[in-house]
Design a protein around this ligand. Structure first.
Ligand SMILES: [Zn+2]
Length: 92
């Protein structure tokens, strides 16, 4: 399991992620893995989800990471962008 330390502001497809309960825009992150059974019952699909927990009210949002081609950068980039929120500059 991957867990990013710190607090992030998140953009998904260039849209700022805002908590739908308290309008907070700061989240902690962790990555969760799920097994999803496909139509062929012998096969399981591994699903990786990015989990964002609101730092204010604790509501959890889950997103599946996808990649899109960015024409200006000429490469595939994640639809999810992380911007770390620095709470106290003196701790760096
Ligand atoms: Zn919230």
């Amino acid at each position: 399991m991957v867990r990013r330390k710190g607090i992030y502001q998140i953009k998904i497809r260039n849209q700022q992620l805002i908590c739908s309960f308290c309008q907070n825009n700061e989240f902690t992150h962790r990555e969760v893995y799920l097994d999803r059974v496909t139509f062929n019952k012998d096969e399981k699909e591994k699903l990786t989800l990015q989990s964002f927990t609101c730092t204010s009210c604790g509501d959890i949002r889950l997103f599946q990471e996808k990649f899109r081609y960015d024409h200006s950068l000429q490469k595939h980039i994640s639809i999810i962008e992380y911007t770390e929120v620095i709470k106290n500059e003196q701790n760096r």
